[in-house]
Design a protein around this ligand. Structure first.
Ligand code: TPP
Ligand code: SF4
Length: 288
């Protein structure tokens, strides 16, 4: 895409679908949106078939609101619950074969930098724990080893939600699931430490209790990937269905997990830290 493709040619407004006109007039393209204004602008994803009250769907909603440049972003997903809403958003979406997302993203990011040498095009992978750390493990790790400059976001619901409840490497030890009736025998994989060891330059872990913090983390991960190398966000996004969490208890559960094992964690290289210190300085701190 790009801003020039998003804008409607003068005189054509009356022929375009209202949803599209609203998106251009009242949406995020070409603007910096504060995530606290959610509900006051036309969002990039509004309708999707994910379960009512699904916290993964909420996280994805905030993710889109946080994109620094939606008109220059491409999202890659795969089989799993997340793609049900990713594929409905007004941002180009590529469906990678299950497990292949980070290989597809590597090729795409390289191709975009050749095709558009003077433009920044952001590539973001969003996939489940099964897609990234189980079946896609090799592709994920090797994209990090190769220092590919895109962001990987793992929406970790600690189960294979889309296929009915098999255990994943990210399920906590001992948990019983529909298709793991004996209880998981092994520890939850430490994805954050793997990402740091494999070469990510910015790594964060969070439970989505605070939209402002989600937005800042997403933005930082995308900007760091643009300039320095691979970045990774590990987000806890509970599954109401497989973990039997009633919709009204979803936030309570996220807060509980935040206290327990999903406290906000952020790590970055010195180079990335200096970059953010520079670009996030308040205007009054910038010397004339
Ligand atoms: C190559 C391949 N293997 C297996 C599948 C079947 N499959 C589809 S979704 C899925 C599990 C999804 O779990 P996860 O990635 O954790 O995402 P969630 O649905 O939990 O969000 C599997 C095994 C597939 N579509 N393609
Ligand atoms: S199965 Fe779970 S993760 Fe998937 S949409 Fe439903 S609540 Fe969300």
């Amino acid at each position: 895409m790009g801003l020039e493709y998003v804008r409607i040619s003068p005189g054509f407004e009356k022929y375009m679908p209202k949803d599209y006109v609203d998106l251009v007039q009242y949406g995020q393209f070409g603007k910096e949106i504060d995530v606290q204004q959610l509900g006051q602008f036309k969002e990039l994803v509004e309708e999707h078939p994910m379960c009512a009250g699904c916290f993964m769907a909420y996280f994805i909603r905030v993710f889109y609101a946080a994109l620094p440049k939606p008109e220059d972003t491409i999202v890659i997903g795969t089989a799993g619950c997340a793609r049900l809403s990713l594929s409905q958003a007004a941002v180009p979406f590529i469906y990678g074969n299950y497990g292949d997302t980070n290989a597809v993203a590597s090729g795409l990011k390289r191709a975009l930098s050749i095709r558009f040498p003077d433009k920044e095009k952001d590539v973001v992978v969003i996939a489940g724990d099964g897609g990234l750390i189980d079946i896609g493990f090799g592709m994920t790790m090797h994209s990090w080893f190769r220092r590919e400059k895109f962001t990987t976001i793992m929406v970790d619901n600690e189960v294979y939600g889309n296929t009915g409840g098999q255990e994943s490497g990210m399920s906590p030890k001992g948990v019983q699931l529909k298709m793991a009736p004996k209880g998981k025998q092994f520890d939850k994989i430490n994805a954050v430490e793997l990402a740091k060891t494999a070469g990510c330059v910015y790594v964060a872990k969070l439970s989505p209790t605070n939209p402002k913090r989600i937005a800042k983390t997403v933005r930082r991960a995308i900007l760091a990937a643009r300039h320095f190398g691979p970045t990774f966000i590990h987000a806890y996004t509970s599954c109401n269905i497989e973990y039997s969490i009633p919709t009204e208890k979803v936030l309570e559960d996220a807060r509980k997990r935040e206290k327990q094992d999903f406290g906000f964690y952020e790590w970055m290289t010195e180079e990335v830290k200096e970059f953010f210190e520079e670009i996030e300085r308040k205007p009054e701190e910038v010397k004339a």
